[in-house]
Design a binder for this molecule. Structure first.
Ligand SMILES: Nc1ncnc2c1ncn2[C@@H]1O[C@H](COP(=O)(O)OP(=O)(O)O)[C@@H](O)[C@H]1O
Ligand SMILES: [Mg+2]
Length: 296
């Protein structure tokens, strides 16, 4: 298995492309339907008598089964955009189109319906779990959400075992533990086991690997890829790490000060960027773009 660490260490574009995770071919991707689009999505925050657009006229189109990365430095508006997509933050102006219709989350019932298709994982998995709930009850919650409440207990356990084995953790070893008894890497795997059970149509992963070690990070990325391949879910992967985005995505959006300054497949957006900002980001990660030089 190739790992992310290898990817970011490789110095030529040709070599990077060779060990990159297999992406969907453009042709295959373009046959899939667009199921979430944004047009001129803008979010303005006001404070201290000032108005600032944290997200500024952003357009996007996400297809089924597509892994999209949103890349940018801290403060570029990535999380604000993600929260608007998740329906956790109001949109100042612009339009979101979901399944061909303007997204409507104006009532509690409509929000619930929208949220049925969408899940998120965040940087800090500890903030997601109730510390008083053991692992098995976290997974049982998913079983309940999926409407499998009436299944006999053995079948529920079988589903939980399957989800744990998808992420290489042993249900019988951790089912009875509390979240604080797990390592950061195990917690992130548990987050993905939840996603495996819930099978959302859209997964928003906001810096999901920035608090874990490099080895677990590579594993988590490979699990996200496997999830996409098995379920055709769309994954919005948010990161400040352009190397990770190159490894995992079909399409890359680069954000600077709330605006999308570069958009395309990783080879064009990252290896042949047009904006100065992208060039600078790549300059900060010389591992992708530099050529090998041999000094004797
Ligand atoms: N609730 C808020 N109120 C005011 N300003 C905010 C709020 N949330 C984010 N911002 C500002 O919006 C900009 C983008 O933030 P954010 O979306 O969190 O960026 P990123 O996730 O790329 O680091 C930042 O300048 C941030 O300070
Ligand atoms: Mg953020």
């Amino acid at each position: 298995m190739t790992t992310t660490e290898e990817t970011v260490r490789v110095k030529t574009p040709e070599a990077a492309a060779e060990i990159r995770a297999p992406q969907k071919s453009r042709e295959e991707l373009e046959k899939k339907e667009v199921f979430l689009s944004g047009r001129k999505i803008t979010r303005v925050f006001s404070g201290n008598g000032q108005r600032k657009a944290a997200v500024d006229n952003v357009d996007f189109d996400f297809r089924r089964g597509e892994i999209v990365s949103i890349v940018g430095e801290s403060g570029s508006g990535k999380t604000t955009l993600a929260k608007m997509i998740l329906g956790l933050l109001g949109i100042t102006s612009g339009e979101l189109v979901y399944n061909g219709k303007p997204r409507d989350i104006s009532t509690h019932a409509k929000r619930r319906e929208y949220w049925r298709d969408i899940q998120a994982i965040f940087q800090d998995p500890f903030s997601t779990f109730n510390i008083f709930n053991k692992v098995d009850s976290v997974l049982l919650d998913c079983i309940r959400l999926m409407g499998w409440k009436r299944l006999p207990m053995e079948e529920k356990v079988e589903k939980m075992r399957e989800a744990c084995s998808f992420v290489n953790i042993k249900y019988d070893e951790i089912g009875n533990k509390y979240p604080f008894e797990l390592s950061g890497g195990q917690m992130q795997r548990l987050m993905i086991a939840r996603i495996f059970l819930l099978k959302p149509k859209l997964l928003v992963a906001d810096e999901p690997t920035s608090m874990i070690d490099a080895c677990s990070r590579a594993t988590i990325l490979d699990m996200l890829l496997k999830l996409r391949d098995e379920t055709d879910m769309t994954i919005l992967f948010i990161t400040h790490d352009i190397g990770l985005s190159y490894y995992i995505s079909d399409t890359v959006y680069i954000m600077e000060h709330g605006k999308v300054v570069e958009r395309g497949d990783p080879d064009s957006a990252i290896l042949h960027p047009t904006s100065d900002y992208t060039k600078r980001l790549i300059g900060d990660v010389p591992k992708i773009s530099e050529r090998w030089t041999f000094d004797d």
